[in-house]
Structures are given as C-alpha cells and as structure tokens.
Design a protein around this ligand. Structure first.
Ligand code: ADP
Ligand code: MG
Length: 263
C-alpha cells in the first residue's frame, strides 16, 4: 500500500494529538534591543484561544514593548512570535492584514478627533475590510450599543469623557472582528471614577471567550478574569503562573515586592 499525502497527514496528527489546538498567541524566546540596550530578554509565553493573560510589572520592564511585538508594531531581533499560526517576524507576512485581525487598545484612546464616533467606527471597516457604508454603520451602532455609547454616535471624541472614549476605542477594535485583543494599560490614563466602566466592558469580553493579552495594574481585574498572570521585570518574564498561584504564592522576590507595593 502506497502512503499518499492524506495517509501521511493523518499519521502525523495521530502521533501529535497535543499539537492539534495551537495557541492563539505564541511568543518564543523573544529578545529585542534598542541600540545597545536589551529591552526584552528571551521572553517566552503563550495565550491559548479564549484565554485571558494579564501582563504586569514595574514601569520600564518591557510590557508595552512585548505586547507591541505581538502585532508587529515593534520589530524584534531574536525569537519567534505567531498569531493564529502566522509568523509575525516573517518578512513575507502581511502585517497590515494581521493588525486588522488583532485588536489593540492603548492607554490614550487614539480616536480620530475630527471624526464623529460612528465615523471612527466605520473607517477601518470600510477601508480595510471593504464593508459597505450600511454594513459598517450597522455593525458600528451594534457595538456602540454594547459598550453603552450608542446615544453619542454622532458626537465628536472631544465631547465624551475619557471612560466613554476608551469604550469607543474598544468598540472600534471589535468592529474588525478580531481574533484576539491586546490592551496596553487601558485604564491608567482615566480618572478613578471611570475605570470600572471600562473594566466592565473588558470583563464581559473576557467572559464571552475573547482571547486577550492585557497589560494592567488592575489586580482586581486580573483576579476576576485572568487565566494566567505574566510578571515582567527588566525585560524578562520572571513569572508566568495561573492567576491563583500568582496571587497566592508568587515565587520570585521581585513579584512579591511588586505585589506588596500595589495591593
Ligand atoms: P513598560 O511598558 O513596562 O513600562 P516599555 O516596554 O515601555 O516598558 O519600555 C521598556 C524599556 O525600553 C524601557 O527601559 C524604555 O525606556 C525602553 N524604550 C521603550 N521605547 C523605547 C524607544 N523607542 N527607544 C529606546 N528605548 C525605548
Ligand atoms: Mg508601558
């Protein structure tokens, strides 16, 4: 009996059942330098589909840099990152296309100030995904409703509070039907009374099964929805542990010191 390609493939998968479900985000041995300064040191972690991973650590530890490497906003010199199996560092990878599928929400809302809220939501849907005006409007309004901003659809970003603008930024990212969402300190520029309205949207998203990588110091959020916590210090992933284990008994002195300062 000759082994055709089909037989070979089924044999390979039978031998590697664990490989069937590949992680949504896989970061392997990633290092990055700014000139002579190494800012990421052999970072390895992964985010399974539907998982929420919180990244925390002191200021300057490399959290933003790490999360930006995931959708190709920051190049890296060593290691490997894949998103849904697509190699981010491969020069052949269509980065704009990848970025369209990985939502990113920053500390500063980065809405287009000269465009109305609904126009902010329509723009990339039409330009990048080729959706019609009607389709993009319907999707935009649905998502604005979901984050509680539908009544402000015709306003400009400057007419909304910081918390409202950040919820719009989340809705705008979701309008692209992302396969994963990256958040970089989405609440740290907000007045305290607005933090929860943004976290509530993120908690709902997590509970619906969105794959999320979240840089935050909101440890209440981490306890509530994170599957794992990654702790960084000086460019290294010092700890990568299930949430309960991380808060219950952080292994490293550096994580203990960090937690004792912020909790
Ligand atoms: P975090 O988000 O944890 O506060 P960052 O990822 O922003 O940390 O920064 C990690 C390190 O990289 C810091 O030492 C920072 O000063 C340095 N860094 C960040 N961006 C640049 C840049 N564009 N050029 C040079 N160094 C940078
Ligand atoms: Mg940062």
């Amino acid at each position: 009996k000759t082994a055709g390609p089909e037989t070979a493939a089924s044999t390979a998968s039978a031998l590697q059942p664990a490989k069937a479900a590949r992680p949504m985000i896989e970061i392997e041995d990633v290092s990055k330098w700014y000139g002579p300064i190494q800012v990421l040191k052999n970072c390895t972690t992964r985010v399974e589909t539907g998982e929420v991973v919180v990244v925390c650590g002191p200021s300057g530890s490399g959290k933003s840099t790490l999360i930006k490497t995931v959708n190709g906003l920051e190049p890296f010199q060593q290691g490997r990152i894949t998103v849904d199996g697509i190699a981010v560092g491969d020069p052949k990878t269509d980065l704009p296309k990848l970025r369209a599928r990985v939502g990113m929400v920053f500390q500063h809302f980065e809405l287009f100030p000269h465009l109305r809220i609904i126009e902010n939501l329509r723009l990339a849907q039409m330009k990048v995904l080729g959706r019609s005006f009607e389709e993009a409007t319907a999707k935009g309004l649905k998502l604005l409703d979901r984050v509680g901003i539908k009544m402000h659809a015709d306003k400009y970003p400057g007419q909304l509070s910081g918390g409202q603008q950040q919820r719009v930024a989340i809705a705008r990212a979701l309008a692209m039907d992302p396969i994963a969402m990256l958040f970089d300190e989405p609440t740290s520029a907000l007045d305290p009374e607005m933090i929860n309205e943004v976290l509530d949207v993120m908690v709902a998203l997590a509970k619906e099964g969105m794959t999320m990588m979240v840089v935050t110091h909101e440890m209440g959020f981490a306890r509530k929805v994170a599957n794992r916590v990654v702790f960084m210090d000086a460019g290294e992933i010092v700890e990568d542990a299930p949430t309960d284990a991380f808060f219950g008994s952080p292994r490293s002195e550096r994580a203990q010191a960090f937690l004792s300062k912020i909790l």
